[in-house]
Design a protein around this ligand. Structure first.
Ligand code: GTQ
Ligand code: FE2
Length: 336
């Protein structure tokens, strides 16, 4: 009877309960996902000089344009995909971004300019176009710029994951003590690992903080392509062979000209930063055309395939795959 129904619903509301059988979303057969989103370099690039005009570094702390995904809108912060955020950071000659540390893992990939440095736990890491600099969670870091034109890089952090886990901590500096580590030069020859000296006991994170662009190019040139013509290179922690950062895994993917990659899907979430070339990706229901320095997402369980244009392409990929893998939640499907 109607009256009983109403009493029932009123009673449930007062008690703070809901009837599971009346909810449509209680048993999805597959993960619910959001569509792929893209951010265009041609739209972001003109804003960089305006950002410099809008704020100095004292006020900004970090001059970053955060990529905002309307499907993952969150008043507590921005996400590009489930567990990762991205931003474009600009530093002018002579400027610095002061020392701090946080539990989130962070990376920066240099897009424009050079002669910058990020100091990570006392190690000075040169920043030039194409270089990757990581700051594993807990490491002290600061940026400075000795060049003569602006330096621009992509930042990405696993902040959304820490927000979900309530493990986000931040220390403003000054820097405290940090463990001594061998120089990055001590990790530049694959297959050889220092076994004596300060800091060689297995650190909690990669002892290498800088991955030079020249090395990435040398390695890609040395690799044999896969069946679909692509080459995938992983940035690793040289002391473990595992991901560059505990739960934040990064790759460089080289695509052959005019050849579609084998369709793939995963419960992991990734973003792609186009380093070179132009092309198109089919991601779930979306078709995304992309060019240099565009960023687009590969949200969980969307099947995707990339096709570069006639010059081929390079995609830098950041993913939360390692989180899912460690929790035995990684499911992957390749259509070959
Ligand atoms: O460069 O240290 O985009 O701490 C967001 C937070 C960059 C950084 C960001 C950060 C940084
Ligand atoms: Fe930081």
């Amino acid at each position: 009877m109607m009256v009983e129904q109403d009493e029932f619903h009123t009673g449930m509301e007062a008690a703070g309960v809901k009837a599971l059988w009346e909810r449509t979303s209680h048993n999805p057969r597959e993960p619910v996902s959001e569509p792929s989103r893209a951010w265009r370099w041609t739209e972001i690039e003109p804003l960089l000089d305006q950002a410099v005009a809008a704020t100095g570094m004292e006020a900004a702390e970090r001059r970053v344009l955060s990529l905002w995904n309307p499907d993952l809108d969150n008043p507590a912060g921005n996400n590009v995909t489930t567990n990762l955020n991205c931003g474009i950071q600009v530093l002018m000659p002579g400027e610095t971004a002061r020392v701090h540390r946080h539990t989130a893992n962070a990376l920066r990939f240099v897009l424009e300019g050079g002669d910058g440095t990020t100091t990570v736990d006392g190690k000075i890491c040169p920043m030039n176009k194409g270089d990757l600099i990581i700051t594993p969670g807990g490491t002290w870091h600061e940026h400075s710029h000795q060049g003569d034109s602006r330096i621009v890089w992509l930042d990405s952090l696993d902040v959304p994951f820490h927000r979900a886990m309530h493990t986000q901590f931040f220390d403003p500096g000054p820097a405290g003590n940090f463990p001594p580590l061998p120089n990055d030069d001590a990790y530049q020859h694959g297959g050889l690992l220092p076994q004596s000296g300060p800091g060689i006991t297995m650190p909690a994170y990669s002892p290498q903080f800088r991955y030079a662009w020249e090395d990435v190019c040398t390695m890609l040139a040395a690799m044999q392509p896969a069946n679909d013509g692509s080459k995938t290179l992983r940035y690793i922690n040289p002391a473990t062979g595992g991901p560059a950062m505990n739960i934040f895994d990064v790759y460089m993917v080289e695509l052959a000209a005019n050849e579609a990659t084998i369709p793939f899907r995963s419960t992991a979430n990734a973003f792609c930063l186009v380093i070179e070339g132009e092309g198109q990706s089919t991601i779930g229901e979306e078709v995304i055309n992309w060019g240099r320095y565009d960023v687009f997402t590969l949200p969980h369980w969307n099947r995707y395939s990339h096709t570069a244009g006639r010059y081929g392409a390079k995609l830098f990929v950041g993913t939360d795959r390692e989180i899912l893998k460690r929790l035995n939640l990684l499911r992957e499907e390749r259509n070959d």
